[in-house]
Design a protein around this ligand. Structure first.
Ligand SMILES: Cc1cc2nc3c(=O)[nH]c(=O)nc-3n(C[C@H](O)[C@H](O)[C@H](O)COP(=O)(O)OP(=O)(O)OC[C@H]3O[C@@H](n4cnc5c(N)ncnc54)[C@H](O)[C@@H]3O)c2cc1C
Length: 484
C-alpha cells in the first residue's frame, strides 16, 4: 500500500509537471533593476497570456532609478521618489521577493532564498539574468572600515547623514586643526556616478553650511581623486574639461593620475605622498558583478561578467540569457568590447531580450542587440551639467535642462514624474534642510532609557553610533567653556 501510494504521487507529480509544461512556459527573471523590469514589461506584451507565465525575483520590491541617486543624497529628491515600486509597474508578472543564491542550468533551476531565509528552487523554461553590479573595491588599507559606497539608496542616505553629522561635530570643536578632518570630503573615482555625487553633495553642503558658523568661517575641503588622466573618460574630452573647470570654480580640488594608498578614520594618503584630512571618503571607483554571478555555473569573461552572444543568449546555453551590468553583451559600437555598464544599455537589452525569449518560445523572430550610445548626461546641480546627444555637445544650463527633462521622461508613471517635478521645484524655491534622520528605520527599543533613538547613537563619522555619542559628549564641555 505505501508503495502504491508513493508510485501514485510520483505519477501525479510528473503529470502535473507535464500538464503545467504544456499549458504554460515559465520565464524567470533574476533581478528587477533597469534590465529586469524592462524585460518583464515587454514580456507581458509579447508572450501569449494563456501559454506563458513570468516570474521576477528581486531582493527589494522596487527598482532604484540610479541616475537620480545623487539628488536623493543631496536632499533635493525625497528618497522614495527615486525608486519605482515594482508591483505598481508590473502587470501579470509574479513578483517574488528573495535573494538569488545560485543556479543549476543543467536542471533548469534557479536557487532562491526567501526573505525569511528559506531556500527553494524555481524551475524555468527560459531564464533571464539581470543581477546588476556592486561597487568594485581594491585592497586599499582602511577602505572597508572607513570608506562609503555610492551605489544604493542606503549608501546615498548614509553619505548625506555622514556629511551632516560631520558638520554637527565640527561645530562643537574649538581647535581648527582638530576640526579640519570633519570638514574634509574625498571622493575616489571620477566616472559620471562619482562626479555627479560629489557635485550634488558639495552643492548641498555649500547650502547648509550657512547654519554652522564655525564651519563656515573655516571652510570645507572637497577633493576628487582619479587614477586615470582625466575625469569621465566616457564623454568627449572637451566636455570632461568643462566639467573639471566647473568643479574647480566651486573650489573642488582634482587629483588625476593619483591613487589612494591608505584610508584611516580621519585621513586619506595618496600615491603622491599627500595626506588629506578627511572623515568622509566616498568610493565610486567602478563596478563589478555581484558575487552570486560566479555561483550560476555559467561562462564568465575576465571581469566576471556573464558571456553572451549578440542576441544576449549565454554562451553554450539555449535557455539562459544575461543582460545589464552583470553581462558581457558584445557592444555593437566597439568591436571586441562588452557594452558599458549603463542604464541606457540595460533597459534596451531588457526590451530586446524579451523579444528574443518570446522567439525562443515560438512567438516572433530573434534580433541581435544593436544599440549604440546616443548620448550622455552629467548633472552637476546648480543649473550646471554637460551632455552629449547624437554628436551635439551641450554644457551649462541647456545641458542641465536637457538632463532633467530626459530623466523626467524616462521615469515610469505620471505620478512619479509629478513627484520629481514637485521635489525639484521645492528645492529650487526653498533650498534644502539639514535634518539628519539616520535613526529612521531603527526604532527605539521598548523600555529603552529616554533619549535613545534620537539619532545620537546612529551612524557616526567613524561608522559606529557609540563613537558619535561619545564624541559629542566629549566636545560639549569645551563648547560650554567657550561661552557659547
Ligand atoms: C550613482 C549612479 C548613477 C548612475 N547614473 C547613470 C546615468 O546617469 N545613466 C546611465 O545610463 N547609467 C547610470 N548608472 C548606471 C546604471 O545604474 C546601471 O548601469 C544600471 O542600473 C544597470 O542595470 P541592471 O539591470 O544591470 O542592474 P540594476 O539596475 O542594478 O538591477 C539589478 C537588480 O538586481 C537585484 N539583485 C542583485 N543581486 C541580487 C540577488 N542575489 N538576488 C535578488 N536580486 C538581486 C538588485 O537589488 C537590483 O534590483 C548610474 C549608477 C550609479 C550607481
Amino acid at each position: 500500500m505505501p508503495l502504491a501510494g508513493a508510485a501514485w504521487s510520483w505519477w501525479a507529480a510528473g503529470s502535473r509537471r507535464r500538464y503545467a509544461r504544456c499549458m504554460s512556459w515559465h520565464v524567470v527573471i533574476a533581478g528587477g533593476g533597469f534590465g529586469g523590469l524592462y524585460a518583464a514589461r515587454r514580456l507581458e506584451r509579447v508572450l501569449p497570456h494563456q501559454s506563458s507565465r513570468v516570474t521576477l525575483v528581486n531582493d527589494v520590491n522596487f527598482m532604484l532609478y540610479t541616475p537620480l541617486l545623487p539628488g536623493a543624497a543631496a536632499g533635493v529628491l525625497e528618497p522614495r521618489h527615486v525608486v519605482v515600486p515594482l508591483r505598481q509597474h508590473l502587470g501579470r508578472t509574479d513578483l517574488r521577493l528573495g535573494r538569488v543564491t545560485g543556479a543549476d542550468p543543467d536542471r533548469r533551476v534557479l536557487r532562491v532564498d526567501s526573505l525569511e531565509g528559506a531556500g527553494h528552487e524555481l524551475v524555468y523554461d527560459q531564464l533571464i539574468l539581470a543581477l546588476g553590479s556592486v561597487s568594485r573595491t581594491l585592497p586599499v588599507p582602511g577602505l572597508a572600515e572607513h570608506g562609503l559606497g555610492f551605489k544604493t539608496l542606503p549608501d546615498a542616505i548614509a553619505l548625506r547623514n555622514r556629511l551632516i553629522r560631520c558638520l554637527e561635530l565640527a561645530e562643537t570643536i574649538e581647535d581648527p586643526q582638530e576640526r579640519a578632518p570633519y570638514l574634509g570630503f574625498v571622493f575616489v573615482g571620477a566616472g559620471y556616478a562619482g562626479l555627479e555625487g560629489l557635485a550634488e553633495l558639495q552643492d548641498f553642503a555649500a547650502d547648509v553650511i550657512e547654519h554652522y558658523p564655525r564651519c563656515r568661517v573655516q571652510g570645507m575641503r572637497w577633493v576628487l581623486v582619479e587614477a586615470r588622466e582625466r575625469v569621465m573618460p566616457e564623454i568627449p574630452p572637451s566636455l570632461a574639461a568643462f566639467a573639471a573647470r566647473e568643479l574647480g570654480a566651486r573650489g573642488i580640488e582634482l587629483r588625476t593620475s593619483t591613487m589612494v594608498d591608505e584610508i584611516t578614520a580621519d585621513s586619506v594618503r595618496l600615491s603622491t605622498g599627500e595626506v588629506l584630512g578627511a572623515r568622509t571618503v566616498a568610493w565610486t571607483a567602478g563596478v563589478k558583478p555581484p558575487p552570486v554571478v560566479a555561483q550560476l555555473g555559467l561562462p564568465l569573461d575576465d571581469g566576471g561578467r556573464i558571456r553572451t552572444d549578440r542576441f544576449m543568449r549565454v554562451e553554450g546555453r539555449a535557455d539562459v540569457w544575461a543582460i545589464g551590468d552583470a553581462a558581457a553583451v558584445p557592444d555593437p559600437a566597439r568591436a571586441g568590447q562588452p557594452c558599458p555598464p549603463t542604464a541606457q544599455h540595460a533597459m534596451r537589452q531588457g526590451r530586446r531580450v524579451a523579444v528574443n525569449v518570446a522567439a525562443a518560445l515560438g512567438t516572433g523572430r530573434a534580433r541581435p542587440f544593436t544599440y549604440r550610445t546616443l548620448g550622455v548626461f552629467v548633472d552637476m546641480g546648480r543649473y550646471q551639467a554637460v551632455a552629449s546627444t547624437a554628436g551635439i555637445k551641450w554644457r551649462g544650463f541647456p545641458a542641465w535642462f536637457l538632463a532633467r527633462t530626459y530623466h523626467l521622461l524616462l521615469m515610469p508613471g505620471s505620478v512619479r514624474k509629478l513627484r520629481l517635478v514637485t521635489d525639484w521645484t521645492v528645492a529650487l524655491l526653498f533650498g534644502r534642510d539639514a535634518a539628519e534622520l539616520g535613526q529612521l528605520g531603527h526604532p527605539t527599543a521598548l523600555g529603552a532609557p529616554a533619549g535613545a533613538g534620537t539619532g545620537a547613537g546612529a551612524a557616526s563619522p567613524a561608522g559606529d553610533g557609540a563613537g558619535a555619542a561619545a564624541t559629542v559628549a566629549r566636545r560639549a564641555p569645551a563648547r560650554g567653556a567657550a561661552g557659547d
